[in-house]
Design a binder for this molecule. Structure first.
Ligand code: SP5
Ligand code: ZN
Length: 344
């Protein structure tokens, strides 16, 4: 399978984040990229540096001033008094506080939704590269039928105008919108990261031309808490085109695969021109921040079932944190997907 990546992925290097009163090591480490890259290369997949398609496909999903903020904030950090190694904020805008300030100090709390998304020296280059990997994979499915985007940092918690949950640009959504424009057809997104794809839901919530579904841990007591419930089904003309399948913490392969099969039936009924799989591997049993018990076999079965839809598919990397199973689960997923497509 072709693996689209950008060599700048490792340049985003968050060190710590503030979790319930304590600073802990940041789980979204550069090694996630190198471990996954080395594993796919060792398994014989073809590594391709993503072409640079510029800002236009990013701006097709994201707010222009938000993207400008992400691109420029490191260079303009002198405007945020006291910043040394990273731009991070302890103040946050809330929905009822709807004034957008002019100054950078206020803007950091307007655009960054939590303390998991610092901006450091290499952040923009990595974030931009991750989006380009998603775009390049979308452009590749025309002839290949499927491709994998090794996106880092991940994207599905990023809304049109905010970063959060380790995410800055919504790579999955950027790929979906790119496919929609290129194919002039309806696009389905299937998010199997253990966390609800709240940014992706938000981006497409009022649209029916992109059908979003997410299978994840019940947000009642799990990140992202404020979205991801089963009664969130879309708005306006998008009513009925968002679907959440929350599952209890501790969910195992059997339960997860039943929910997956339910989601796949809905995709088949929608008859999309293409599919984007938001592939979080943090549903894995030994993931350090996950809460499901998905095994390597579970990921392989999921890949096989998804592949059997026979729809052109972009697989975009979302979460999945450093542990022994991380590279093994990616290889299992990609191999099973490819084998099912090639009728093996
Ligand atoms: C893309 C993605 O998977 N984002 C996840 C964001 C989760 N944010 C909450 C993290 C809580 C981290 N707990 C760390 C425990 C380390 N031992
Ligand atoms: Zn996740």
């Amino acid at each position: 399978m072709r693996i689209f990546h950008d060599a700048n992925a490792a340049r985003h290097d968050p060190t710590q984040f503030f979790r319930r009163g304590t600073l802990i090591a940041h789980p979204e480490q550069p090694e996630r990229y190198t471990v996954l890259r080395d594993a796919v290369v060792a398994d014989g997949h073809e590594l391709v540096q993503a072409a640079d398609s510029g800002l236009a496909p990013i701006l097709a999903v994201h707010d222009e001033s938000y993207v400008g903020f992400l691109r420029d904030i490191w260079e303009r950090r002198a405007e945020v008094p006291g910043i040394v190694d990273e731009v991070l904020t302890g103040h946050f805008a809330r929905p009822q506080m709807h004034r957008k300030p002019d100054g950078m100090l206020g803007l950091v709390g307007y655009y960054l939704a939590d303390t998991s998304t610092p901006v450091r020296a290499g952040t923009w280059d990595a974030v931009y590269g991750a989006a380009q990997a998603a775009i390049a994979a979308a452009d590749a499915v025309h002839d290949a039928g499927y491709a994998y985007a090794l996106c880092r940092p991940p994207g599905h918690h990023a809304y049109a105008d905010s970063a959060g949950g380790f995410c800055y640009l919504n790579n999955t959504s950027i790929a979906a919108e790119r496919l929609r424009q290129r194919l002039q057809g309806r696009i389905a997104i299937l998010d199997i990261d253990v966390h609800h794809g709240n940014g992706t839901q938000g981006i497409f919530y009022a649209r029916r031309d992109v059908f979003t579904q997410s299978i994840h841990a019940d947000p009642a007591n799990y990140f992202p808490f404020y979205a991801g419930y089963a009664d969130e089904t879309g708005r306006g003309e998008g009513q009925g085109f968002n679907r959440n399948l929350p599952l209890p913490q501790g969910t195992d392969d059997a339960t997860w695969l039943i929910a997956l099969s339910d989601a796949l039936s809905a995709i088949a009924a929608y008859q999309p021109a293409a599919l984007v799989v938001a592939l979080g591997l943090d549903a894995a049993a030994d993931d350090p921040i996950g809460c499901f018990k998905i095994t390597r076999l579970g990921f392989a079965e999921a890949a096989q079932a998804i592949a059997r839809l026979g729809v052109p598919t972009v697989i975009a990397q979302e979460g999945g944190y450093l542990c022994e199973a991380l590279p093994r689960n990616l290889i299992a997923f990609l191999s099973a997907f490819e084998a099912a497509r090639q009728g093996k």
